[in-house]
Design a protein. Structure first.
Length: 341
């Protein structure tokens, strides 16, 4: 997205404060990802009404469950662990490891902004307490004796978590800043992460991917609850946010790192993706067939923190970029009010 040369490009953009493209208004649910972070505050009596006695003891009174007693200590399904108090996703199954401690252990939170860490001097020890960033519920502690790559061990109570089984979808649609908002607003999407995938180097960073030589593309990884949103719906959202006829990049961003790709996780997703692409070609909406490749999913490397939720961290710059790159205008022309957020 031309960060280095961005200043000159931005100078020619419409001034900030002009009308922002209208949001599609479709599929906006009562509890979308965008709204999930924020604050949840309740009185003790209100918490007691919605929590079990054990959940209350741990979340609100900073209690600890007995080692090896919790339901997630030995739990190995693929999905996401949410705060039992407010539902905010806190940890992902892929970051869980067997620490032998008797409590569920993770090498990192699902997103840095989802947890709060505080010094805890109780029990004659200096420890770092881990709390839910949204409701302040006590989760456990973090210790510096975890495995690589983080070296951290988030030692968490099972009773302060609720597990939800999720599936994963990965889409590349050019600049990944623009691919996060459309999915954050969908009900059933648990988390979105922007990153790099599909290339031939390990642990790529923004600089190396931008060179265009690593083979990676900028992409968004979506963890979703298949009971609430289907892969088909995620596909439909994909088409409404890209230019499917462009193979060499997307909008103003040209280069192999911006080519559009659907990375499928299994045969079912592959079949859905093929059918969706064919339906798009038959729809007559575009004068050329979709130039979007369908490839098997590869290792996904989350991008640097400043790229995550860029549209929320830098809303003005994001809107300028989205308009200046031509994406916003194109989606409006092709889809009217249905096009991207
Ligand atoms: Zn919470």
């Amino acid at each position: 997205m031309l960060i280095a040369g961005g200043a000159a490009l931005l100078a020619g953009f419409p001034p900030a404060g002009t009308a922002v493209p209208a949001s599609s208004g479709t599929s906006v649910s009562k509890e979308t990802l965008m709204e999930r972070i924020g604050k949840v505050e309740k009185t003790e009596a209100e918490w007691k009404k919605i929590l079990t006695p054990e959940e209350f003891y741990i979340l609100r009174e900073k209690g600890t469950e007995r080692a090896f007693s919790g339901e997630y200590n030995d739990h190995k399904e693929s999905g996401v662990y949410r705060c039992a108090g407010c539902g905010l996703p806190l940890f992902a199954a892929e970051d869980k490891f067997d620490s032998g401690s008797g409590w569920p252990s993770y090498i990192r939170p699902i997103a840095p902004s989802h947890v709060r860490e505080e010094t805890d001097n109780s029990l004659l020890m200096r420890r770092t307490e881990v709390l839910c960033a949204r409701c302040g519920g006590h989760q456990g502690h973090v210790f510096a004796d975890g495995p690589p790559p983080t070296g951290l061990r988030y030692c968490i109570n099972s009773a302060s978590l609720n597990f939800v089984k999720t599936e994963t979808a990965v889409f590349a649609g050019g600049c990944f800043w623009c691919m996060q908002p459309p999915y954050d607003k969908l009900e059933g999407v648990i988390t979105t992460t922007v990153g790099y995938t599909g290339g031939n180097t390990e642990n790529p960073d923004y600089e190396s991917v931008t060179s265009g030589n690593t083979g990676h593309v900028e992409a968004v990884r979506i963890r979703f609850d298949p009971e609430k949103v289907s892969f088909k719906t995620l596909m439909a959202e994909f088409w409404r946010n890209i230019n499917p006829t462009m193979r060499e990049g997307q909008f103003a961003d040209i280069g192999p790192q911006y080519r559009p790709v659907i990375f499928v996780q299994n045969e079912a997703q592959k079949a859905e993706a093929l059918a969706s692409r064919e339906a798009l070609n038959k729809s007559g909406r575009f004068d050329r067939p979709a130039a979007v490749d369908i490839e098997p999913a590869a290792a996904f490397y989350p991008a640097e923190d400043y790229h995550q939720s860029y549209y929320q961290k830098n809303p003005m710059r994001y809107e300028m970029y989205k308009r200046g790159s031509g994406r916003a205008g194109y989606l409006k022309r092709v889809w009217g009010d249905e096009g991207g957020p």
